[in-house]
Design a binder for this molecule. Structure first.
Ligand code: SAH
Length: 342
């Protein structure tokens, strides 16, 4: 028997709004996030993903080259008030050599990430980018936090291709309560600059932050659209024992998958990674996410001795140093899911 069509069913609202040009309202997104039976939305997201990416999962390497940070983000294990953490910095040569190994192992993109560490100044980051590009044509994604427009412009000239800077939350009050060292306004300004300068930009946000509601998440998704992002990392908050949020419950993996699925439907071309945080909370969920709209996965190539120190949130990731084997294992597990690694 067919179910009666009512105006209150969020799924009907979704279909209606999609047929009217593809934009989704905050109200509809928020209601969809809270639906009892989300399965039909996952199915729709999977169809959009198939149409856009044809079963391809893109693998990116990430190198976490410094865990020094000048900021105090209250959720992050790297925040400068965490005196328990042993800090490290990789030097230029070590960074470039690791990237070359990743390239030879088959990676076509390297994400260079760190805490917000001014020791890597404009020229030094520029030398690293040039040093890499002189030796191999790997795409470079920077994720170094908030810097000046001038620095972003210079690094673009040096050859950087993309920049990842999550807006973290679109709610100014929640943002303020979590970031004693910065404003949402400046973070969004940075994203705007990066776009203007011709970077492919990635933003994103966390699920499960204190004070967050489905309305906040709906707004977060719409913020990605407004920013014109090419990529979005959406992951659950995970409590780190040496941070002020140590007693706050971890974010919901279900809600994370829902936010990813809705982002795929609203922005079919978006690159959506299965965030590491999701895999930390539940390894099965990380696999499942590729049938909910995600099409990207990142693999750490950070040397084992440093990897355990880049502890944004607690995890028991492997410290295996074999970049070639890591890549092959990941390719195999993607194939086992019926997808094609790239
Ligand atoms: N310094 C860079 C990189 C930040 S770390 C920057 O400012 O952009 C990368 C991401 O980890 C952050 O953007 C944040 O979304 C996520 N993160 C930090 N702490 C977390 C936690 N406790 N749980 C889940 N994700 C976290």
């Amino acid at each position: 028997m067919q179910r009666p069509v009512t105006g209150n069913n969020p799924m009907n609202e979704l279909t209606k709004e999609l047929s009217m040009g593809g934009n989704l309202s905050k109200d509809t997104l928020s209601k969809l996030l809270g639906m009892d039976d989300f399965f039909p939305v996952y199915q729709l997201a999977d169809r959009y993903n198939e149409r856009q990416n044809h079963g391809v999962v893109r693998i990116r390497a990430i190198l976490e080259f410094s865990n020094y940070c000048r900021r105090q983000c209250r959720y992050c294990g790297l925040n400068r008030t965490n005196l328990k953490l042993q800090r490290y910095r990789m030097d230029e040569k070590e960074i470039i050599n690791t990237v070359l190994i990743a390239y030879r192992a088959g990676y076509q993109t390297i994400v260079l990430q760190s805490g917000e560490d001014p020791a890597y100044d404009k020229e030094m980051v520029g030398r690293i980018i040039r040093g890499i590009k002189d030796q191999c044509p790997i795409a470079i994604t920077l994720s170094l936090g908030e810097r000046s427009r001038e620095e972003y412009a210079y690094w673009k000239e040096c050859g950087a291709d993309r920049y990842l800077l999550k807006h973290e939350t679109s709610d100014p009050d929640i943002y303020r309560s979590l970031h004693p060292c910065g404003t949402l306004e400046n973070r969004l300004q940075c994203l705007q600059w990066l776009k203007e300068l011709g970077y492919e930009t990635g933003s994103g946000f966390m699920i499960g932050l204190p004070g967050q509601t489905n309305d906040t998440i709906a707004n977060d998704i719409l913020t990605l659209q407004r920013l014109g992002c090419d990529m979005a990392g959406i992951g659950p908050f995970i409590a780190h024992p040496d941070t002020p949020l140590k007693d706050h419950p971890d974010g919901s993996t279900e809600l994370t998958k829902r936010a990813v699925a809705l982002s795929r439907i609203l922005m079919p071309q978006l690159n959506l990674p299965a965030t590491t945080a999701l895999g930390v909370l539940d390894d099965g969920e990380k696999d499942d996410i590729f049938s909910c709209g995600a099409n990207v996965i990142m693999r750490k190539v950070t040397p084992g001795i440093y990897r355990r120190l880049y502890e944004i949130y607690p995890s028991n990731l492997s410290l295996d140093d074999d970049i070639y084997k890591g890549r092959r294992d990941l390719e195999d597990s993607i194939r086992r899911l019926g997808k094609q690694p790239l």
